[in-house]
Structures are given as structure tokens and as C-alpha cells.
Design a binder for this molecule. Structure first.
Ligand code: GAL
Length: 418
């Protein structure tokens, strides 16, 4: 009896406390789950936090470290399962649609209509911001994965020429080795291996990328060209240092920033790290497309998926969505983040040379029909297929599979996952 009373009392106090807390904070607070924990990412997130604070919306931070968001998505699942969804969650591509299918997301139609999102957010992003015709997420940026970041001093020592194709890339990496630095800064985590694989596959042709990762064509996944892609991964693996396993991507960026390594193959969030370290494009580092992928772009867009929350929390959620799509915010945030704006009507004036290139490359690839969703960052396939590809790519990169075995396993794994 005593136990019963105590439990009831505790429950009553907790419920009272929660109701009281929500009455005080609900209308003007958002809880945001994200994986932006590196220096550059946190600096960009700060732009959003400050923007909301200036509108008297307080921010409850739920950071889940882990590039690419794998860990964040696991934590999110646990939160939602326990009936405690955050207000807004950083999310990529097909994951957004999966949550929408489950009926977990809110509805942003009113604000989207009022602010004319349909006209300014590109269709390539809208396909992930809308489900069943309704707006469910607010895109904050457009990143792309087929970039390479080169230490300028090391490149100058190697003759200063940016590699235009695979053979020139290999020659440059050999030169870096001869200089006594690590040719390729890399962190051995499945999503990072997959990020390189995005670029390597794209460098073998846009049709090849499309057939492999968008169409999931079994003959392409299991064909001779895919063996070439894996052979190239093996070659790149020979240029990483001994301590690469498990290293975070931003620590790999730091190796290039500090001149300990020559190059990193990484999405343009890496630029956020260079900028944070006060490095200047063209002077301290070079940004270029992975050799052989000039003219094509594999993109991913960070969006804030808005979860179904209690009615009294909806106004702050809608204000957050509106703040994200504000053109001035889009410029300020993306300048720091390394990405391009998620709206087509934002001037590139405030962006550095790499940012201007990112914006132009996206527009050009869109016009040319060479803009594709990134496999590595959830914009080509749902998580089940993406994870199946990750698994094979990582095992092959770590020498557990030969190229031949990887090709066979890739086709089979994708077939089983689709
Ligand atoms: C990507 C995301 C970027 C960046 C990166 C590394 O998936 O789109 O914004 O955060 O992961 O964490």
C-alpha cells in the first residue's frame, strides 16, 4: 500500500512537473536532434540557434555525435518508440520519407503555402520534403559528396596542377607520398568509405552511377565496371595512414588543414572545417570535384523533419521552419556550413570561391541532367539498401573481400535488401 501510494505520488508529481514545464516553455521552445558536433558543423548550427533565440524561441539541444547520422538515427528510433519525439530532427533523403510513411511527421503546408516554398525550393529537394503532397520537412542546405580537398602547399610542391583524371590523381598521390606526408586523409568508418565510393563510381560515368545506385540494376552492380570501381578503392586504400580506422572525418580534414596529409575525399561539410580554421580557398587549400566527375554532382540535403508534437508546441515548430527557409538565414548558415542554399533565389555574393562553385555546379548539373542523389548520404535509396551497400564497400576497403567477391556480394546484397 505504501509502495502504491508512493508510486502514484511520484507519477502525479512528475506529470504535474511536466505539465508545468510545458506550460512555461512549450510555446517558445524547440528540441532539436542532430549530428552537427564538429567545429564547422557546430558553428553553422549556432547560426540557427541564435536566429531562433532572436525570435524568443529557446533551443534544447540533442546532439548525437557520428558523421553521416547513423548513430543519430538509432537514438531517434528509441526516442520515438518511447513516445517522446523531438520537435525537429536533422535528417537525410529517404529516411524522411520512411518516417512520413510511419505517420510520425507533422504538416508544414500552411507555412509553405504562405511563404511560397513550392516556387523556390528545387524539385530535387522537394521530393524529400514532401510526402503524399504535404510538406513534412524544411530543407536547410544542399551538400554534395564528389569533392576533394587539397592542401595547397603540398599541391604546389607537386607542380601545382589539379588532377583531371584518375591517372593524374594517382600520380599526385604518389608525389604526396614522396613528400613524406600521408597522401589520403581518411577515417575508416562505413559512411566515409561509402562517401569515397560515391565519387569513384561517379568518376566511371554518370550513366554507370545512375544504373548502379539509382536504378539498382543487377547487371551494373555485378558487372565488370564495378570491379574497376572496387579496384580503385583498393588503390586509394594504399594511400591512407595506419591509424585511419575509426577516425572521425573532421580529424581527417584537420590532417589536410595542417599539411600532414595531401588530400581528403569528402563532402563539402569539410569546407566548414577549413573555414573554421581560418583557411582560405585558393590560398591554403583547393576545392575541386573528384577527378573525372566534373560536370556531375551527387547531392544530399540536410532537412529538418518536423515530428508530430503536442498542439502547444506547434507554433514554435512552424516558426523554426519559417526561420530555416528565410533567404538571409540560408545565406548566413550555408556560408559557414560549406553547403549551398536550399533555395534557388539566394545570392552567392557572401560565399567564398568554393561556395560559389558549389552553387553553380548544382545549377549546371540540374540543367544538364547530371544531378543525382548521393548513395552514401541517403539520397539514392532507403536505409535498408544503403546499409547493404555500406557493408560490402567497407569489407572490401578493409581487405576482407577481393574486388571480384565484392562485385558478387554487392549485387546479391542489394537484391536482398530492395
Ligand atoms: C552528412 C550531412 C552533413 C554533415 C556530414 C558529416 O550526412 O549531410 O551536414 O554533417 O554528414 O557529419
Amino acid at each position: 500500500m505504501r509502495k502504491f501510494l508512493t508510486t502514484t505520488a511520484v507519477a502525479a508529481i512528475m506529470m504535474g512537473g511536466m505539465a508545468g514545464a510545458s506550460a512555461v516553455h512549450a510555446a517558445e521552445s524547440v528540441e532539436v536532434l542532430h549530428w552537427w558536433t564538429s567545429g564547422g558543423e557546430a558553428a553553422a548550427l549556432d547560426v540557427l540557434k541564435k536566429d531562433l533565440e532572436s525570435k524568443s524561441i529557446s533551443w534544447t539541444d540533442m546532439p548525437v555525435a557520428g558523421g553521416g547520422g547513423t548513430e543519430a538515427m538509432t537514438v531517434l528510433r528509441a526516442r520515438v518508440t518511447s513516445g517522446n519525439a523531438p520537435t525537429a530532427v536533422q535528417m537525410l533523403g529517404f529516411d524522411i520519407l520512411d518516417w512520413a510513411k510511419e505517420g510520425a511527421l507533422g504538416n508544414l503546408d500552411e507555412i509553405a503555402a504562405k511563404e511560397g516554398w513550392d516556387k523556390v525550393i528545387p524539385t530535387a529537394l522537394q521530393q524529400f520534403s514532401k510526402y503524399d503532397g504535404h510538406w513534412i520537412a524544411a530543407p536547410v542546405n544542399v551538400h554534395s559528396t564528389n569533392w576533394m580537398w587539397i592542401n595547397k602547399a603540398a599541391l604546389d610542391k607537386a607542380g601545382g596542377k589539379e588532377p583531371a583524371n584518375w591517372d593524374e590523381l594517382v600520380a599526385l598521390l604518389d608525389n604526396f607520398k614522396a613528400q613524406g606526408i600521408t597522401p589520403v586523409a581518411h577515417g575508416g568508418q562505413p559512411w566515409q568509405d561509402a562517401t569515397i565510393f560515391d565519387a569513384v563510381v561517379l568518376s566511371l560515368g554518370t550513366d554507370f552511377y545512375k544504373k548502379a545506385f539509382i536504378d539498382l540494376d543487377p547487371a551494373t552492380l555485378g558487372g565488370a565496371e564495378m570491379k574497376t570501381a572496387f579496384d580503385r578503392m583498393t588503390k586509394l586504400r594504399s594511400y591512407v595512414d595506419d591509424n585511419f580506422s575509426g577516425r572521425d572525418w573532421n580529424l581527417a580534414s584537420a590532417m589536410v588543414i595542417e599539411g600532414k596529409a595531401g588530400v581528403q575525399f569528402m563532402g563539402d561539410w569539410a569546407k566548414g572545417e577549413f573555414v573554421k580554421a581560418n583557411k582560405v580557398p585558393g590560398t591554403d587549400f583547393i576545392c575541386m570535384r573528384f577527378p573525372g566527375t566534373q560536370g556531375s554532382v551527387t547531392f544530399n540535403s540536410d532537412q529538418f523533419a518536423m515530428f508530430k508534437v503536442a498542439d502547444d508546441k506547434v507554433p514554435a515548430q512552424l516558426q523554426m521552419a519559417a526561420a530555416i527557409e528565410n533567404p538571409a538565414f540560408q545565406s548566413a548558415f550555408n556560408v559557414v556550413k560549406g553547403s549551398a542554399p536550399a533555395r534557388t533565389d539566394v545570392s552567392d555574393e557572401a560565399f567564398d570561391a568554393c561556395g560559389k562553385k558549389a552553387i553553380k555546379d548544382l545549377a549546371d548539373a540540374n540543367t544538364a541532367g547530371t544531378l543525382y542523389g548521393s548513395m552514401a548520404h541517403g539520397h539514392a535509396n532507403p536505409a535498408s539498401v544503403k546499409n547493404a551497400i555500406y557493408d560490402v564497400v567497407t569489407r572490401q576497403f578493409n581487405g576482407e573481400l577481393t574486388s571480384e567477391e565484392a562485385v558478387t556480394e554487392l549485387a546479391a546484397a542489394v537484391e536482398a535488401a530492395k
